[in-house]
Ligand binder design. Sequence first.
Ligand SMILES: *Cc1c(COP(=O)(O)O)cnc(C)c1O
Length: 369
Amino acid sequence: MISVLDLKEQYADIKSEIDEAISEVVKSGSFILGRFVERFEEGAAVYLGSKYAMGVASGTDALHLALLACGVKADDEVITVPFTFFATAEVISNIGAKPVFVDIDPRTFNINPDKIEKAITSKTKAVIPVHLYGQSAHMDKIIEIAKKHNLKVIEDCAQSFGAEYKGRKTGAFGDCGCFSFFPTKNLGAYGDGGMIVTDSDPLAENIKLLRAHGSKDKYHHKILGFNSRLDAIQANILRVKLNYIDKWNKKRAEIAQKYNELIKNSDIITPYQDKDCKHVYHQYTARCRNKRDSLKKHLEEKGISTTIYYPISLHLQEVYSGLGYNEGDFPESEKAQREVLSLPVYPELSDDNIKYIAGAITEFGLRQV
Ligand SMILES: *Cc1c(COP(=O)(O)O)cnc(C)c1O
């Protein structure tokens, strides 16, 4: 079976460095925040082109703390997309604020900037663009609208570590950029982890308080905070992996080009590459029109796993039935949920397997005619 992702192969390639990084922390006896976390934060800030990078417990927490630091409160409204992982909206709701959805651009699967202004009300405080599948949202337009309406911008970069928009890394455009190091992300830890980047001194100070019980000096609590810290073992693993991220992202993009070439004569639609963006192919997500589920089944029979990110748009989730949205409200998001299929993509995927997968897709197309 070809899986959508194989983390064991990556570990085998860098085993000695990873084992050394883990043992270095264990020997030091310092496990939470501290110098290993600082060392990774410094490296990540330089890489991402932001003044501050702050490790937190997960990508979800990164979004949550960023919203709080930006001053989002109960009854405020935050604009985001219905076509994303649930956490993007969940954090808004957990503050008592209201997620207000805006439909996606069908080509990029990211927020359609032309639809943002219609969703703004006097209660709107922030917008969360998601750089889905590893390709940046249209940040110029989003920042322009946010400035005009005095909104905070919090980028959901959980899938876009290393991705660029007009030559700058995602995370560097908004007030805050939020990353996830969940093991399956393109920069993944061996457990949960996340990070917030910002250029703002007051936001950085606030986030550092929020992640550590509102305290800067031990046992002096300035504000209510959380226990949301990156641990030293994860940080030291991530420090090693950060040295490889460009190479791995490049491999992903090469695999994407191979798929594009090999399946161009099949009847599935290959991912759109925005000329302003460096896409890191966290996912290689194709559109299959009305045959998605039978193609998925066909590939499974051939020993190829695929995934559907995401099968249910957030406005149609049971938990959000109270928001007042209906089927048909976000046609592009709903169309995407019926059509998308993510193929295996990870740096170690072999050429033979790429060809085999592409062959199985093309063969399916032929069977249909
Ligand atoms: C993974 C992910 C998150 C949440 O990150 P965790 O580290 O799993 O909490 C948020 N948003 C998007 C788009 C994601 O893919």
